[in-house]
Design a protein around this ligand. Structure first.
Ligand SMILES: Cc1cc2nc3c(=O)[nH]c(=O)nc-3n(C[C@H](O)[C@H](O)[C@H](O)COP(=O)(O)OP(=O)(O)OC[C@H]3O[C@@H](n4cnc5c(N)ncnc54)[C@H](O)[C@@H]3O)c2cc1C
Length: 436
Protein backbone atom coordinates (compact mmCIF):
# COMPACT_ATOMS: atom_id res chain seq x y z
CA UNK A 1 0.00 0.00 0.00
CA UNK A 2 1.26 3.50 -0.86
CA UNK A 3 1.56 6.15 1.83
CA UNK A 4 -1.35 8.42 2.75
CA UNK A 5 -0.86 12.04 1.68
CA UNK A 6 -2.20 14.80 3.86
CA UNK A 7 -2.39 18.53 3.08
CA UNK A 8 -2.28 21.02 5.93
CA UNK A 9 -3.36 24.54 4.99
CA UNK A 10 -1.74 27.19 7.18
CA UNK A 11 1.67 27.08 8.83
CA UNK A 12 0.67 28.39 12.25
CA UNK A 13 0.87 26.50 15.56
CA UNK A 14 -2.28 24.44 14.87
CA UNK A 15 -0.92 23.33 11.49
CA UNK A 16 2.48 22.34 12.90
CA UNK A 17 0.94 20.48 15.83
CA UNK A 18 -1.29 18.59 13.35
CA UNK A 19 1.84 17.66 11.38
CA UNK A 20 3.56 16.57 14.60
CA UNK A 21 0.63 14.30 15.49
CA UNK A 22 0.73 12.77 12.01
CA UNK A 23 4.49 12.27 12.26
CA UNK A 24 4.10 10.26 15.41
CA UNK A 25 1.55 7.93 13.76
CA UNK A 26 1.77 5.37 10.97
CA UNK A 27 -0.52 3.02 9.09
CA UNK A 28 0.69 -0.47 8.13
CA UNK A 29 4.25 0.58 8.96
CA UNK A 30 4.04 3.57 6.59
CA UNK A 31 4.51 7.17 7.70
CA UNK A 32 2.39 10.00 6.29
CA UNK A 33 3.50 12.34 3.50
CA UNK A 34 2.64 15.87 4.67
CA UNK A 35 2.40 18.99 2.53
CA UNK A 36 2.00 22.21 4.50
CA UNK A 37 0.58 24.94 2.28
CA UNK A 38 1.06 28.51 3.55
CA UNK A 39 0.00 31.71 1.84
CA UNK A 40 3.04 33.70 3.01
CA UNK A 41 6.64 32.90 2.07
CA UNK A 42 7.24 32.72 5.86
CA UNK A 43 5.68 30.18 8.24
CA UNK A 44 4.78 30.20 12.00
CA UNK A 45 1.46 32.14 11.74
CA UNK A 46 0.75 34.33 14.76
CA UNK A 47 3.98 33.27 16.45
CA UNK A 48 5.61 35.53 13.87
CA UNK A 49 2.85 38.08 13.27
CA UNK A 50 0.85 38.12 16.52
CA UNK A 51 2.99 37.45 19.61
CA UNK A 52 4.32 40.76 20.91
CA UNK A 53 7.92 41.62 19.95
CA UNK A 54 8.81 42.21 23.61
CA UNK A 55 7.91 38.56 24.38
CA UNK A 56 10.75 36.82 22.51
CA UNK A 57 10.75 33.74 24.76
CA UNK A 58 7.26 32.78 23.58
CA UNK A 59 8.48 32.80 20.01
CA UNK A 60 11.05 30.11 20.82
CA UNK A 61 8.26 27.55 20.13
CA UNK A 62 9.32 28.10 16.51
CA UNK A 63 12.24 25.74 17.24
CA UNK A 64 9.67 22.96 17.73
CA UNK A 65 8.07 23.91 14.40
CA UNK A 66 11.42 23.80 12.59
CA UNK A 67 12.11 20.34 13.99
CA UNK A 68 8.76 19.13 12.64
CA UNK A 69 9.54 20.74 9.27
CA UNK A 70 12.82 18.90 8.84
CA UNK A 71 11.35 15.40 9.38
CA UNK A 72 11.24 13.10 6.39
CA UNK A 73 8.01 13.24 4.40
CA UNK A 74 7.28 16.90 5.29
CA UNK A 75 7.21 19.60 2.62
CA UNK A 76 6.56 23.29 3.21
CA UNK A 77 4.86 24.88 0.21
CA UNK A 78 4.88 28.58 0.99
CA UNK A 79 3.57 31.54 -1.00
CA UNK A 80 0.54 29.45 -2.04
CA UNK A 81 -2.88 30.61 -0.94
CA UNK A 82 -5.93 28.40 -0.65
CA UNK A 83 -8.71 30.04 -2.64
CA UNK A 84 -6.31 32.08 -4.80
CA UNK A 85 -3.75 29.61 -6.14
CA UNK A 86 -5.51 26.33 -5.49
CA UNK A 87 -9.07 25.43 -4.51
CA UNK A 88 -10.27 23.26 -1.67
CA UNK A 89 -11.96 20.94 -4.18
CA UNK A 90 -8.63 20.40 -5.96
CA UNK A 91 -6.88 19.62 -2.69
CA UNK A 92 -9.63 17.23 -1.66
CA UNK A 93 -9.22 15.39 -4.96
CA UNK A 94 -5.43 15.22 -4.62
CA UNK A 95 -4.99 14.28 -0.94
CA UNK A 96 -6.28 11.56 1.35
CA UNK A 97 -6.99 14.15 4.01
CA UNK A 98 -7.06 17.96 4.10
CA UNK A 99 -6.59 19.92 7.32
CA UNK A 100 -7.53 23.58 7.39
CA UNK A 101 -5.43 25.53 9.88
CA UNK A 102 -5.86 29.04 8.52
CA UNK A 103 -6.54 30.75 11.84
CA UNK A 104 -8.87 33.62 12.57
CA UNK A 105 -7.68 36.91 11.17
CA UNK A 106 -10.53 39.40 10.86
CA UNK A 107 -11.13 41.77 13.76
CA UNK A 108 -14.63 41.80 15.21
CA UNK A 109 -16.39 45.14 14.84
CA UNK A 110 -17.63 47.32 17.70
CA UNK A 111 -20.69 48.17 15.61
CA UNK A 112 -20.89 51.75 16.87
CA UNK A 113 -21.13 55.09 15.05
CA UNK A 114 -17.73 56.56 14.18
CA UNK A 115 -15.97 53.20 14.02
CA UNK A 116 -14.99 53.89 10.39
CA UNK A 117 -13.22 57.18 11.22
CA UNK A 118 -9.51 57.44 10.42
CA UNK A 119 -7.35 56.18 13.31
CA UNK A 120 -10.07 53.85 14.60
CA UNK A 121 -8.24 50.60 13.98
CA UNK A 122 -8.74 46.93 14.76
CA UNK A 123 -6.00 45.11 16.68
CA UNK A 124 -6.32 42.51 13.90
CA UNK A 125 -4.68 45.10 11.62
CA UNK A 126 -2.52 46.96 14.12
CA UNK A 127 -0.74 43.90 15.58
CA UNK A 128 0.44 42.47 12.22
CA UNK A 129 1.48 46.01 11.25
CA UNK A 130 4.00 46.31 14.12
CA UNK A 131 4.97 42.68 13.53
CA UNK A 132 6.02 43.32 9.89
CA UNK A 133 3.32 41.22 8.20
CA UNK A 134 3.66 42.08 4.46
CA UNK A 135 -0.11 42.50 4.01
CA UNK A 136 -0.35 45.12 6.77
CA UNK A 137 2.82 47.14 6.33
CA UNK A 138 0.98 50.05 4.66
CA UNK A 139 -1.58 50.51 7.46
CA UNK A 140 -2.17 54.20 8.14
CA UNK A 141 -1.74 54.92 11.84
CA UNK A 142 -1.22 58.28 13.45
CA UNK A 143 0.42 58.66 16.87
CA UNK A 144 0.29 62.46 16.99
CA UNK A 145 -2.26 62.74 19.84
CA UNK A 146 -1.23 62.31 23.46
CA UNK A 147 -4.10 59.98 24.33
CA UNK A 148 -4.92 56.53 22.92
CA UNK A 149 -7.80 54.21 23.86
CA UNK A 150 -7.75 50.43 23.61
CA UNK A 151 -11.04 48.52 23.82
CA UNK A 152 -11.06 44.95 25.08
CA UNK A 153 -10.19 42.96 28.18
CA UNK A 154 -8.06 40.13 26.83
CA UNK A 155 -4.37 39.52 26.28
CA UNK A 156 -4.41 41.05 22.79
CA UNK A 157 -5.77 44.30 24.28
CA UNK A 158 -2.99 44.24 26.90
CA UNK A 159 -0.33 43.60 24.25
CA UNK A 160 -1.57 46.55 22.20
CA UNK A 161 -1.90 48.86 25.22
CA UNK A 162 1.60 47.92 26.41
CA UNK A 163 3.13 48.42 22.94
CA UNK A 164 1.61 51.93 22.84
CA UNK A 165 2.48 52.83 26.42
CA UNK A 166 6.05 51.58 26.80
CA UNK A 167 9.11 53.56 25.95
CA UNK A 168 9.99 52.48 22.38
CA UNK A 169 13.64 52.15 23.35
CA UNK A 170 12.48 48.97 25.12
CA UNK A 171 11.71 47.65 21.62
CA UNK A 172 14.99 48.66 19.99
CA UNK A 173 16.51 45.20 20.40
CA UNK A 174 13.37 43.29 19.34
CA UNK A 175 12.09 42.22 15.94
CA UNK A 176 9.44 44.98 15.78
CA UNK A 177 9.08 46.18 12.17
CA UNK A 178 11.57 49.01 11.62
CA UNK A 179 8.89 51.31 10.13
CA UNK A 180 6.74 50.76 13.25
CA UNK A 181 9.67 51.36 15.58
CA UNK A 182 10.48 54.63 13.81
CA UNK A 183 6.87 55.75 14.20
CA UNK A 184 6.72 54.70 17.85
CA UNK A 185 9.90 56.67 18.57
CA UNK A 186 8.15 59.77 17.26
CA UNK A 187 4.87 58.98 19.00
CA UNK A 188 3.25 61.70 21.10
CA UNK A 189 1.18 59.13 23.04
CA UNK A 190 1.71 59.41 26.79
CA UNK A 191 -1.65 58.19 28.10
CA UNK A 192 -3.17 54.88 27.14
CA UNK A 193 -6.58 53.87 28.50
CA UNK A 194 -7.81 50.30 28.23
CA UNK A 195 -11.54 49.69 28.69
CA UNK A 196 -13.40 46.43 29.38
CA UNK A 197 -17.18 46.16 29.08
CA UNK A 198 -17.68 43.91 32.09
CA UNK A 199 -16.20 43.90 35.60
CA UNK A 200 -12.55 43.14 36.39
CA UNK A 201 -13.64 39.67 37.57
CA UNK A 202 -14.80 38.89 34.03
CA UNK A 203 -11.64 40.03 32.25
CA UNK A 204 -10.09 37.46 29.90
CA UNK A 205 -6.49 38.50 30.67
CA UNK A 206 -4.10 35.89 31.98
CA UNK A 207 -2.29 36.84 35.16
CA UNK A 208 1.32 36.66 33.83
CA UNK A 209 0.43 39.39 31.30
CA UNK A 210 -0.96 41.53 34.15
CA UNK A 211 1.93 40.86 36.49
CA UNK A 212 4.49 42.19 34.06
CA UNK A 213 2.76 45.58 33.76
CA UNK A 214 4.08 47.15 37.00
CA UNK A 215 7.57 46.05 35.96
CA UNK A 216 7.56 48.36 32.93
CA UNK A 217 10.52 50.63 33.47
CA UNK A 218 9.25 53.84 31.88
CA UNK A 219 5.47 53.54 32.35
CA UNK A 220 3.20 53.89 35.38
CA UNK A 221 0.20 51.57 35.34
CA UNK A 222 -3.04 52.48 37.10
CA UNK A 223 -6.15 50.58 38.17
CA UNK A 224 -8.68 51.96 40.61
CA UNK A 225 -8.25 50.03 43.87
CA UNK A 226 -11.97 50.38 44.71
CA UNK A 227 -12.92 48.85 41.37
CA UNK A 228 -10.83 45.75 42.12
CA UNK A 229 -12.08 45.29 45.67
CA UNK A 230 -15.68 45.60 44.40
CA UNK A 231 -14.89 42.96 41.77
CA UNK A 232 -13.38 40.73 44.45
CA UNK A 233 -16.51 41.09 46.56
CA UNK A 234 -18.81 40.31 43.64
CA UNK A 235 -16.72 37.29 42.68
CA UNK A 236 -16.61 35.88 46.22
CA UNK A 237 -20.35 36.41 46.79
CA UNK A 238 -20.93 33.82 44.05
CA UNK A 239 -18.95 31.18 46.00
CA UNK A 240 -15.31 30.15 45.82
CA UNK A 241 -13.47 32.30 43.27
CA UNK A 242 -12.05 30.17 40.42
CA UNK A 243 -8.24 29.98 40.47
CA UNK A 244 -7.60 31.96 37.27
CA UNK A 245 -9.98 34.78 38.27
CA UNK A 246 -8.43 34.92 41.74
CA UNK A 247 -4.94 35.17 40.22
CA UNK A 248 -6.10 37.92 37.86
CA UNK A 249 -7.73 39.94 40.63
CA UNK A 250 -4.65 39.60 42.80
CA UNK A 251 -2.45 40.76 39.92
CA UNK A 252 -4.76 43.73 39.38
CA UNK A 253 -4.80 44.59 43.07
CA UNK A 254 -0.98 44.53 42.98
CA UNK A 255 -1.03 46.99 40.07
CA UNK A 256 -3.50 49.24 41.92
CA UNK A 257 -1.35 49.41 45.05
CA UNK A 258 2.11 49.41 43.42
CA UNK A 259 4.29 52.47 44.01
CA UNK A 260 4.24 54.73 40.99
CA UNK A 261 7.44 56.00 39.40
CA UNK A 262 6.09 59.45 38.53
CA UNK A 263 7.01 59.06 34.86
CA UNK A 264 5.14 60.72 32.01
CA UNK A 265 4.01 57.51 30.27
CA UNK A 266 0.76 56.21 31.75
CA UNK A 267 -1.38 53.15 31.16
CA UNK A 268 -4.77 52.90 32.91
CA UNK A 269 -7.12 49.92 33.01
CA UNK A 270 -10.85 50.58 33.38
CA UNK A 271 -13.84 48.26 33.58
CA UNK A 272 -17.64 48.33 33.28
CA UNK A 273 -17.54 50.67 30.27
CA UNK A 274 -19.20 50.00 26.89
CA UNK A 275 -18.15 52.16 23.92
CA UNK A 276 -21.18 53.97 22.48
CA UNK A 277 -19.74 56.26 19.83
CA UNK A 278 -16.47 57.50 18.37
CA UNK A 279 -16.61 61.16 17.42
CA UNK A 280 -14.46 63.36 15.23
CA UNK A 281 -14.19 65.41 12.04
CA UNK A 282 -12.88 62.78 9.61
CA UNK A 283 -10.67 61.18 12.27
CA UNK A 284 -10.89 60.04 15.88
CA UNK A 285 -11.17 62.89 18.39
CA UNK A 286 -13.29 61.52 21.21
CA UNK A 287 -14.94 58.35 22.43
CA UNK A 288 -18.09 58.07 24.54
CA UNK A 289 -18.66 55.18 26.93
CA UNK A 290 -21.75 54.00 28.74
CA UNK A 291 -20.87 53.22 32.37
CA UNK A 292 -22.14 49.86 33.58
CA UNK A 293 -22.74 48.14 36.87
CA UNK A 294 -23.23 44.52 37.87
CA UNK A 295 -26.76 43.76 39.14
CA UNK A 296 -27.76 40.20 40.05
CA UNK A 297 -24.75 38.95 38.13
CA UNK A 298 -25.73 40.88 34.97
CA UNK A 299 -23.80 43.79 33.46
CA UNK A 300 -26.29 46.63 32.95
CA UNK A 301 -25.92 50.31 31.99
CA UNK A 302 -26.16 52.82 34.82
CA UNK A 303 -27.49 55.48 32.44
CA UNK A 304 -24.34 57.53 32.98
CA UNK A 305 -21.78 58.18 30.23
CA UNK A 306 -18.14 59.21 30.12
CA UNK A 307 -16.18 60.91 27.35
CA UNK A 308 -12.45 60.72 26.61
CA UNK A 309 -10.67 62.99 24.16
CA UNK A 310 -8.23 60.85 22.22
CA UNK A 311 -6.61 60.59 18.81
CA UNK A 312 -6.43 56.83 18.38
CA UNK A 313 -8.85 54.01 19.18
CA UNK A 314 -7.80 50.39 18.83
CA UNK A 315 -10.42 47.70 19.31
CA UNK A 316 -9.30 44.28 20.46
CA UNK A 317 -12.61 42.50 20.97
CA UNK A 318 -11.94 39.24 19.16
CA UNK A 319 -11.41 37.73 15.76
CA UNK A 320 -13.41 35.78 13.19
CA UNK A 321 -12.35 33.71 10.20
CA UNK A 322 -11.87 35.23 6.78
CA UNK A 323 -14.48 33.32 4.77
CA UNK A 324 -13.26 31.09 1.95
CA UNK A 325 -15.41 29.52 -0.77
CA UNK A 326 -16.60 25.93 -0.24
CA UNK A 327 -16.84 26.20 3.56
CA UNK A 328 -19.71 26.97 5.91
CA UNK A 329 -19.13 29.37 8.79
CA UNK A 330 -20.88 29.57 12.14
CA UNK A 331 -20.18 32.29 14.75
CA UNK A 332 -17.02 33.31 12.88
CA UNK A 333 -15.60 29.75 12.82
CA UNK A 334 -15.61 26.99 10.20
CA UNK A 335 -18.61 24.74 10.86
CA UNK A 336 -17.37 21.34 12.01
CA UNK A 337 -18.09 18.40 14.27
CA UNK A 338 -15.12 17.62 16.51
CA UNK A 339 -12.92 19.06 13.74
CA UNK A 340 -14.46 17.16 10.83
CA UNK A 341 -16.16 19.19 8.12
CA UNK A 342 -19.37 17.43 7.11
CA UNK A 343 -18.79 13.84 6.08
CA UNK A 344 -15.69 14.67 4.03
CA UNK A 345 -12.07 13.91 4.79
CA UNK A 346 -11.48 17.59 5.38
CA UNK A 347 -10.83 18.78 8.92
CA UNK A 348 -10.22 22.02 10.74
CA UNK A 349 -7.90 22.77 13.65
CA UNK A 350 -6.76 25.75 15.73
CA UNK A 351 -8.42 29.14 15.75
CA UNK A 352 -10.33 28.40 12.53
CA UNK A 353 -12.01 25.56 14.46
CA UNK A 354 -12.34 26.92 18.00
CA UNK A 355 -12.28 30.67 17.48
CA UNK A 356 -9.68 32.97 19.04
CA UNK A 357 -9.14 31.31 22.39
CA UNK A 358 -6.37 29.58 24.21
CA UNK A 359 -2.62 29.87 24.16
CA UNK A 360 -0.22 28.34 21.65
CA UNK A 361 -0.11 25.06 23.61
CA UNK A 362 -3.92 24.69 23.48
CA UNK A 363 -3.56 23.99 19.77
CA UNK A 364 -1.40 20.94 20.43
CA UNK A 365 -3.99 18.81 22.21
CA UNK A 366 -6.71 20.10 19.89
CA UNK A 367 -4.80 19.18 16.70
CA UNK A 368 -3.84 15.82 18.13
CA UNK A 369 -7.51 14.89 18.77
CA UNK A 370 -8.51 15.91 15.25
CA UNK A 371 -5.69 13.85 13.72
CA UNK A 372 -6.91 10.77 15.60
CA UNK A 373 -10.32 11.28 14.00
CA UNK A 374 -8.78 11.81 10.55
CA UNK A 375 -6.73 8.63 10.79
CA UNK A 376 -9.74 6.63 11.90
CA UNK A 377 -11.58 7.65 8.72
CA UNK A 378 -8.82 6.77 6.21
CA UNK A 379 -9.40 3.80 3.90
CA UNK A 380 -7.12 3.39 0.84
CA UNK A 381 -4.51 5.89 -0.29
CA UNK A 382 -5.21 7.85 -3.48
CA UNK A 383 -2.72 7.95 -6.26
CA UNK A 384 -3.14 11.39 -7.71
CA UNK A 385 -1.12 14.26 -9.15
CA UNK A 386 1.58 16.07 -7.13
CA UNK A 387 0.55 19.61 -6.20
CA UNK A 388 3.95 20.92 -7.32
CA UNK A 389 3.14 19.94 -10.93
CA UNK A 390 -0.13 21.88 -10.74
CA UNK A 391 1.61 24.93 -9.23
CA UNK A 392 4.29 24.85 -11.97
CA UNK A 393 1.64 24.57 -14.69
CA UNK A 394 0.08 27.74 -13.19
CA UNK A 395 3.42 29.54 -12.99
CA UNK A 396 3.07 29.89 -9.23
CA UNK A 397 6.35 30.43 -7.43
CA UNK A 398 6.23 28.42 -4.23
CA UNK A 399 8.71 28.57 -1.36
CA UNK A 400 10.13 25.29 -0.08
CA UNK A 401 11.48 24.66 3.44
CA UNK A 402 14.97 25.33 2.04
CA UNK A 403 13.79 28.63 0.52
CA UNK A 404 12.24 29.65 3.86
CA UNK A 405 15.45 28.70 5.68
CA UNK A 406 17.34 31.07 3.36
CA UNK A 407 14.90 33.87 4.21
CA UNK A 408 15.21 32.97 7.89
CA UNK A 409 19.02 33.05 7.75
CA UNK A 410 19.00 36.40 5.94
CA UNK A 411 16.71 37.90 8.60
CA UNK A 412 18.75 36.50 11.48
CA UNK A 413 22.06 37.70 10.10
CA UNK A 414 20.62 41.18 9.42
CA UNK A 415 19.52 41.18 13.07
CA UNK A 416 22.86 39.98 14.43
CA UNK A 417 24.60 43.13 13.22
CA UNK A 418 22.09 45.21 15.25
CA UNK A 419 21.83 43.00 18.33
CA UNK A 420 18.25 41.96 17.43
CA UNK A 421 16.85 38.45 17.04
CA UNK A 422 16.09 39.23 13.40
CA UNK A 423 15.14 41.99 11.00
CA UNK A 424 11.95 40.83 9.33
CA UNK A 425 11.68 41.26 5.60
CA UNK A 426 8.33 42.77 4.62
CA UNK A 427 8.73 42.91 0.85
CA UNK A 428 7.45 39.79 -0.93
CA UNK A 429 9.83 40.18 -3.88
CA UNK A 430 12.78 40.53 -1.53
CA UNK A 431 11.68 37.35 0.30
CA UNK A 432 11.39 35.49 -3.00
CA UNK A 433 14.87 36.77 -3.92
CA UNK A 434 16.41 35.33 -0.72
CA UNK A 435 14.49 32.08 -1.21
CA UNK A 436 16.11 31.76 -4.63
C1 LIG B 1 -1.95 39.46 19.03
C2 LIG B 1 -1.82 38.05 19.54
C3 LIG B 1 -0.88 37.75 20.50
C4 LIG B 1 -0.76 36.44 20.98
N1 LIG B 1 0.17 36.19 21.93
C5 LIG B 1 0.27 34.95 22.44
C6 LIG B 1 1.23 34.69 23.44
O1 LIG B 1 1.98 35.58 23.86
N2 LIG B 1 1.31 33.41 23.94
C7 LIG B 1 0.48 32.41 23.47
O2 LIG B 1 0.57 31.26 23.95
N3 LIG B 1 -0.46 32.65 22.52
C8 LIG B 1 -0.56 33.89 21.99
N4 LIG B 1 -1.51 34.13 21.04
C9 LIG B 1 -2.38 33.02 20.60
C10 LIG B 1 -1.71 32.15 19.49
O3 LIG B 1 -1.04 32.98 18.59
C11 LIG B 1 -2.78 31.29 18.80
O4 LIG B 1 -3.25 30.33 19.76
C12 LIG B 1 -2.25 30.51 17.60
O5 LIG B 1 -1.44 31.28 16.76
C13 LIG B 1 -3.41 29.94 16.76
O6 LIG B 1 -2.84 29.11 15.79
P1 LIG B 1 -3.49 28.81 14.37
O7 LIG B 1 -2.51 27.91 13.71
O8 LIG B 1 -4.88 28.36 14.53
O9 LIG B 1 -3.57 30.22 13.61
P2 LIG B 1 -2.45 31.20 13.07
O10 LIG B 1 -1.32 31.31 14.00
O11 LIG B 1 -3.17 32.45 12.71
O12 LIG B 1 -1.92 30.52 11.72
C14 LIG B 1 -2.70 30.48 10.54
C15 LIG B 1 -1.77 30.38 9.32
O13 LIG B 1 -2.57 30.16 8.15
C16 LIG B 1 -2.11 30.97 7.10
N5 LIG B 1 -3.22 31.16 6.17
C17 LIG B 1 -4.34 31.90 6.37
N6 LIG B 1 -5.14 31.82 5.30
C18 LIG B 1 -4.54 31.02 4.39
C19 LIG B 1 -4.89 30.57 3.08
N7 LIG B 1 -6.05 30.92 2.50
N8 LIG B 1 -4.03 29.76 2.42
C20 LIG B 1 -2.85 29.36 3.02
N9 LIG B 1 -2.47 29.78 4.25
C21 LIG B 1 -3.31 30.59 4.93
C22 LIG B 1 -1.67 32.25 7.78
O14 LIG B 1 -0.78 33.01 6.99
C23 LIG B 1 -1.00 31.67 9.05
O15 LIG B 1 0.35 31.40 8.83
C24 LIG B 1 -1.63 35.42 20.51
C25 LIG B 1 -2.58 35.74 19.54
C26 LIG B 1 -2.69 37.04 19.05
C27 LIG B 1 -3.73 37.37 18.03
Amino acid sequence: MAEFRIAIIGAGPAGYFAAQALQSAEIDGKKFAIDMIEKLPTPWGLVRSGVAPDHPKIKSVSKVFEKIATQEGFRLIGNVELGRDISLKELEEMYDGVIIATGSTVGRKLGIPGEELANSISAADFVPWYNAHPEYKNLEVDFSDQVAVVIGAGNVAIDVARMLALNPKELDLTDTAQYALDKLHNSAIREVHLFGRRGAEHAAFTSPELRELPKLEYTDVFIDEGEISAAQQRASSAGEIPKDIKANLEAMAAIATADKKGVDRKLSLHFLSTPLEIKGEGRVEEIIFSLNEVKDGQVVPTGKTKSIKCGLVISAIGYRCLEMPGLIYESGKIKNTDGRIGASNTYVVGWAKRGPSGVIGTNKSDSSEVIKLLISNLTTPKNSQDILEILSSRNITYISQKGWEQINNAEISAGEALGKPRVKITDLQEMLGFAG
